[in-house]
Ligand binder design. Structure first.
Ligand code: UDP
Length: 336
């Protein structure tokens, strides 16, 4: 059977994509370090605990399995940390990725779906939607590493006939609570889990800046449900497996929501009013990041379905289950 190799397939987006592919009867090989997602279970997949940058491991996998395509989710993603630790980010996100591409070439595997990011675009200071032809000029080292890989892909496509789909994620959010798959970063920096933490601890939630040139002064982002993201990855894979040409496209909902809107929706879903405190702007944040989604709609026949309340509701259910589990584990420890 031909298999799909997922790098970072136990992470937040990777595990939800893996789940979607398994439901559609794809054979999967997953490499992951299982750093933050020890509890992820994906029955039916071949799971290998390891580093996608381990050349020998990759060679063994390409020799053992008939790999039809690769999906690459494994990356460092914390924008703030990337400013202080660019060496680690370039090593993990670029150097290891080039090594992967070269092993793929050596084994004649030339199809890849790559997790890119809207962080590669030049900052936009108005309420326009970002199209794929918007200038690439990332602010952060994180964004630069994603941009560097996009350039690698372009050049490998021309010189070595690589075919790829680069999916430029906007704000991945939500969860698949019914399958116990969701977001669990450590440390957590993402707004939705932090809203839940504030609710749970009855602490004020920090809004980073309310003096942006946006309708309510707080930053506007395009939140995309991970269930929708999973569907678009499967579409991208099918596109490549049926001979689709190299493609980079935005994946977002096409709708912007401010941090203050998030606070209101989360308060409703968590069932308690959430106090907020305004702190200075977070370094590197831009006022608007909203996708123009025409290209992905036209070429991959995909559009986002989940609304913001659905995203927050699913994320909340996952968060609560995770907290219950953590509490039970702590109790067991105390009693043992
Ligand atoms: N944000 C916030 N308080 C927090 C965390 C995030 O106000 O505790 C804001 C952040 O400034 C940004 C938005 O929420 O405007 C989304 O941030 P996140 O880190 O989730 O994603 P990013 O857009 O930075 O990738």
């Amino acid at each position: 059977m031909r298999m799909i190799l997922l790098l970072g397939g136990a992470g937040f987006v990777g595990s939800c994509v893996a789940h979607n592919l398994l439901q559609q009867r794809y054979g999967l090989v997953i490499i992951d370090l299982f750093l933050h997602h020890q509890s992820v279970v994906l029955p039916g997949a071949v799971i290998i605990r390891g580093d996608f940058g381990d050349e020998q491991l990759l060679k063994t996998i390409f020799t053992t399995y008939d790999i039809a395509a690769v999906m690459h989710f494994a990356a460092y993603i914390e924008v703030g940390r990337s400013v202080h630790e660019p060496a680690a980010f370039y090593e993990n996100n670029v150097v290891k990725t080039k090594r992967l591409f070269d092993v793929m070439l050596a084994y004649g595997v030339k199809r890849i779906v790559f997790s890119s990011s809207c962080a590669i675009y030049a900052p936009l200071f108005s309420a326009e939607k970002l199209t794929e032809s918007h200038q690439l000029n990332p602010l952060s080292p994180y964004g630069k590493t994603k941009c560097a890989v996009e350039f690698l892909l372009q050049d490998y496509a021309v010189a070595y006939n690589f075919s790829y789909v680069s999916l430029r994620y906007f704000n991945a959010a939500g969860a698949l609570p019914e399958h116990n798959l969701g977001e669990q970063h450590n440390p957590e920096t993402h707004v939705i889990p932090l809203l839940f933490k504030a609710c749970e601890r009855q602490e004020p939630f920090t809004i980073f800046g309310d003096d942006y040139p946006t309708p309510d002064g707080s930053c506007v982002r395009d939140y995309i449900h991970v269930r929708d993201l999973a569907r678009v990855h499967t579409k991208a894979l099918q596109y490549l497996l049926t001979g689709g040409a190299a493609l980079a496209c935005n994946v977002g909902s096409g709708v912007g929501h401010s941090v203050k809107e998030l606070v209101a929706v989360a308060s409703g879903i968590c069932g308690q009013p959430l106090a907020t405190v305004i702190k200075p702007r977070r370094a590197g944040d831009v006022p608007f990041l909203v996708a123009d989604v025409s290209r992905v709609q036209d070429l991959l026949d995909w559009r986002a379905e989940a609304s913001l309340p659905q995203i927050i509701d699913d994320a909340w259910q996952f968060y609560q289950r995770k907290q219950l589990k953590n509490n039970a584990a702590a109790l067991n420890l105390e009693n043992s």
